[in-house]
Write a protein that binds this ligand. Structure first.
Ligand SMILES: Cc1cc2nc3c(=O)[nH]c(=O)nc-3n(C[C@H](O)[C@H](O)[C@H](O)COP(=O)(O)O)c2cc1C
Length: 147
């Protein structure tokens, strides 16, 4: 398949979505190359964004994007020992195509053993619970609340 038709296919999948879920590890402080390849297919000038004098203008309808990040070490909070080029990059690049509503959940410190992972999962489960408890009605649907 040509790379243009692959790009078109991935963009149309994005356009059909009510929301987007990205599950990704951190690789070398940023997105892994497979996720970067997807980004390079869906961020396309005159298709998903325009370049204007005022800057980039996204063409996609905004919709919720949920990002789940796993990382061997920690990149947020007081115990962070490495930079985070992943979440600011995703916010910046998805913003270019019009996706500005990002919510990030993370499991950090997977390399620090079982107890660290259990601790991280408990925190993330609480964050998920907290987030979805307060979630308003589902975008583009009426009445019901998800999950
Ligand atoms: C090529 C490669 C690069 C990685 N770079 C980082 C990194 O920069 N920072 C980090 O915290 N973990 C890094 N890791 C560890 C992964 O983020 C960690 O193992 C994560 O838990 C993988 O996700 P998974 O458990 O869902 O497979 C790297 C792993 C690989 C294979």
């Amino acid at each position: 398949m040509g790379s243009m038709s692959r790009s078109e296919e991935l963009i149309q999948e994005l356009e059909r979505s009510d929301y987007v879920v990205i599950g990704t590890p951190m690789h070398n402080f940023t997105v892994p190359s497979a996720l970067k390849a997807w980004i390079d297919h869906v961020v396309r000038v005159r298709r998903t964004f325009d370049s204007t004098k005022e800057g980039y203008v996204g063409r996609l309808r905004d919709r919720p994007v949920f990002v789940a990040v796993s990382s061997g070490g920690r990149y947020s909070g007081e115990r962070a020992r490495q930079p985070d080029f992943l979440t600011p990059y995703l916010r910046a690049i998805l913003g270019v195509i019009g996706l500005n509503d990002l919510t990030v959940f993370s499991i950090e410190g997977t390399a620090f053993g079982r107890d660290a992972v259990v601790e991280a999962r408990i925190k993330t489960d609480q964050a998920l619970e907290e987030y979805f408890r307060h979630l308003p009605v589902r975008p583009h649907c009426s009445g019901d609340v998800f999950p």
